[in-house]
Structures are given as structure tokens and as C-alpha cells.
Write a protein that binds this ligand. Structure first.
Ligand code: AMP
Length: 414
């Protein structure tokens, strides 16, 4: 067994997953939340028969649940949270003393222009991650808190940072440069970075493996449609364009984020509606997207509201799909056509109407959806295009934890 522990740390919570990298299976997962509040909560789930590996199986889905244990207790900081996690492993298994993790992988949101691959964490790397908090003030300090606590808890194993931005470091200057004053941009490191890289990398590689085609030969478009959403054009395994930019706000319509918007709307709201920068940040990041348009960030609610005949829900859906189609066209143009288009994450894996809507006008580019396949309730990686379609369209369940664990192991045991 080769256990790797994956940590995804937020400011007042962290998620963890223990995977056996001999099989790619999840052994246990958990969530420690409300850190710093009077009462915190810790959940720990053990998989009796572990979830199958992602590719070809039911990716990341905890199918054979043994038990989820929940504890409520004060958890003053991340280090205390890691002690609670260790208690859970000791009480419910699997035993970390019998089979300790060979490495710990950490999701880090922003690697700036500095980190383009998974990186062994040293004190200097911690300083760099902290310094990049200027670019990701909500995420990097939270990621770092998890790293510091985990390094205290597991001092003797390698810790590896896996950056959301790293996969997009292959973007050419023409794709990542904003057309603004270059001195202003350089002084403040304003450029497009792109996010969700771990998922885009995982999905594009899983698609190539599933089709038994060399990754380097494939032109791919990957739609990661979850609560956050982004799309990436991938040529031969390299990201050449992606919809998120300086922050994860740019691009597609999301659960609560607006995606692309004319920046002059902000000037107008500041001047005419007296909104502050913080108000505008809150508006575009937390009160826009599907939520702003239709009152819920969850596509299941939007679908139900459309069924009840609510016009604003129908408009929200149409705006969402209109944007997807615009990006599909743009990325077909950037790539010069595509071999594979994949859909992943909560919406991408579960909403056939969104997938069909995004691609329905692309017959001219050789994209032909098979509606029966698209509507099928089948799980796991699957084809939803017709056999005659020149472009293969796939649903590929993402598994970011498995990808982080793989990359972690590649650094810890090169
Ligand atoms: P994620 O961020 O990948 O966890 O995706 C979460 C989002 O996926 C939710 O907010 C929903 O909009 C969407 N979603 C999850 N399950 C379904 C489903 N069965 N049908 C439609 N949308 C879903």
C-alpha cells in the first residue's frame, strides 16, 4: 500500500482524503470545519470497500460507504484540527501508525507566474506562497495555514504543493496578456493566470487514456462546470487558453459569479449607485451568476423552476448556455478544430440539457450529440456523441484529489 494524504485547506475548514496510490482508491475522507468558532465540527468517512479508481470506474464517488462519524468540539486552530483528524484515524481507521502516509499533498490556489509544477514544500516555498497572497487574499493564506499545521503534524514526510494555476503556465503571452498599460500591469502582476488546472489536467489525460489516443496528438476542450466553472483549450496536453483570468471571476456564468462583464458596469455602479469596491466584489463574486439571475446557485433548483414555468429561471439557463456556446466556438477557433470535448464537475457530469445546449449549434464543426447517450443515467467516463461525430464528446468525472495525490507522489518519489 502507498498511502498519500491530500489536504484542501480553507480559512476556517479543511478537507482531507487518504488514497492508496497502488490502486488509486480512496481509503478515507473527512472535513474539519468551523475552526475558530465556539464549536467546530469534524466528519470522518471510512470506505469499507474503497471507491473505485476514477478512470473507467465511478470516479471519486464514495459508493461503498462504511460509516461517517461526526464530532462536535471546539477546534481553535488548524493545528488542533489536524489533531482531531488524527484522533479520527486512530479511532475509526485506517491506522496511520500502521501505514503512515508516504507524502502529503496540498492544494494551493495561486502559484502566480513562479510555480508551474508540483513543488516540494520548504520554508522558502512557504514564504513564496505567503507572498502570492497579494494575488489570492482569500485563498493562499488559508492554504498556507493548512500547510503549516500539516507539517507540524507530519514532520517526517515530504509535503508537496499542487497549484490550481500551474497547468495554465503554458499559455502564450498573447493569451495571458490583458490589453492595458503594460507598466501598470507589470507593477501589479496583472495578467491572466487561469484556475481549476488540476481538474483540466486530470480530465484531459483521462479522456486520452479512455480513447487510447496519445495525449500529444489531441486537441481538446474541457468544460469544468461546477459551482465555479471554467473551460480550457488544450493542445497536445498543454493549456493554450482558459476562461478564468486574473482571478476565478472571469469567463463563464457560474453559481454565484458573473463571469465576463463589461468593466464599465463597475464604474457606473460606483458613480451612480454609490457602491464601494467591496460592494462590487461581493456583487460579482457572491450575488451574481445563476443566483443573481434566478435566486439559486444550484442548477437543480433552476431546472425545477423552469418546470414550474418561471421566466427568470429560463432566462438564467439561456444566459448560462449562451456563454458556453460562445466559448466553445472561440476555443474551436483557437485550436483550429477539436478531437475531443469533455464535460466535468457537478453540472457538467449531471446536466444533459446544459451539455446539449452548449454544443447544439456546432454541427458545422463536426460535433454531433447522441441524445440517448447524453440523457443516459450511466455513471463514469462515457461517450455522448454519435459514432459518426467527427468530434468525440465525453462526460469525464473529475477527481482532483487523485490528481493531487498523483502529482504529490511524482515529486515525493521521482
Ligand atoms: P461542484 O462545484 O462540482 O461540486 O458542483 C456543484 C453544482 O453542481 C451544484 O451547485 C449544482 O448546480 C450542480 N449539480 C450537482 N448535482 C446536479 C444534478 N444532479 N443535476 C444538475 N446539476 C447538479
Amino acid at each position: 500500500m502507498t498511502p498519500v494524504l491530500v489536504i484542501n485547506s480553507g480559512s476556517s475548514s479543511f478537507k482531507y482524503q487518504l488514497l492508496d496510490m497502488d490502486t488509486g482508491r480512496t481509503l478515507a475522507s473527512g472535513l474539519v470545519e468551523r475552526i475558530g468558532e465556539p464549536i467546530g465540527v469534524a466528519r470522518h468517512t471510512v470506505y469499507a470497500t474503497p471507491a473505485p479508481a476514477a478512470t473507467g470506474g465511478v470516479a471519486g464517488t464514495p459508493t461503498f460507504l462504511d460509516a461517517t462519524r461526526t464530532r462536535e468540539l471546539p477546534i481553535p486552530d488548524h493545528t488542533a484540527g489536524f489533531e482531531v483528524m488524527l484522533d479520527a484515524f486512530a479511532s475509526y481507521g485506517p491506522s496511520l501508525t500502521e501505514t503512515p502516509p508516504v507524502a502529503v499533498g496540498h492544494r494551493v490556489v495561486h502559484g502566480g507566474a513562479r510555480f508551474f509544477e508540483p513543488t516540494l514544500i520548504t520554508p522558502l516555498v512557504e514564504i513564496n506562497i505567503d507572498e502570492l497572497s497579494v494575488l489570492a487574499p482569500l485563498h493562499n493564506p488559508a492554504n498556507l495555514a493548512g500547510i503549516v499545521a500539516a507539517r507540524t503534524t507530519f514532520p517526517d514526510v515530504p509535503h508537496v504543493a499542487v497549484f490550481d494555476t500551474a497547468f495554465h503556465q503554458t499559455l502564450a503571452p498573447a493569451a495571458y496578456t490583458y490589453a492595458i498599460d503594460t507598466e501598470v500591469a507589470a507593477a501589479h502582476r496583472i495578467r491572466r493566470y487561469g484556475f481549476h488546472g488540476t481538474s483540466h489536467k486530470f480530465v484531459s489525460e483521462a479522456a486520452a487514456a479512455f480513447l487510447a489516443r496519445p495525449l500529444v496528438e489531441l486537441k481538446q476542450i474541457v468544460f469544468h462546470l461546477g459551482n465555479g466553472a471554467s473551460v480550457t483549450a488544450i493542445d497536445g496536453g498543454r493549456s493554450i487558453d482558459t476562461s478564468m483570468g486574473f482571478t476565478p471571476l472571469e469567463g463563464l456564468v457560474m453559481g454565484t459569479r458573473s463571469g465576463d462583464i463589461d468593466p464599465a458596469v463597475l464604474f457606473q455602479l460606483e458613480r451612480r449607485a454609490g457602491m464601494s469596491v467591496d460592494d462590487l466584489d461581493d456583487l460579482l463574486n457572491k450575488r451574481s451568476g445563476l443566483l443573481g439571475l434566478a435566486g439559486s446557485n444550484d442548477l437543480r433548483d433552476i431546472r425545477a423552476a423552469i418546470g414550474r414555468g418561471e421566466p427568470r429561471a429560463l432566462l438564467a439557463f439561456e444566459v448560462y448556455v449562451h456563454r458556453l456556446r460562445a466559448y466553445a466556438g472561440a476555443y474551436l477557433a483557437q485550436l483550429g478544430g477539436a478531437d475531443v470535448i469533455s464535460f466535468t464537475a457537478g453540472v457538467g457530469e449531471n446536466a444533459p440539457g446544459v451539455r446539449a445546449g452548449a454544443l447544439e449549434t456546432l454541427g458545422f464543426a463536426g460535433v454531433e450529440i447522441d441524445h440517448e447517450r447524453n440523457e443516459s443515467a450511466e455513471r463514469g467516463i462515457r461517450v455522448i456523441s454519435t459514432d459518426a461525430s467527427a468530434v468525440t464528446v465525453l462526460v469525464v468525472p473529475t477527481d482532483e484529489e487523485l490528481e493531487i495525490a498523483r502529482q504529490t507522489l511524482s515529486v515525493a518519489r521521482p
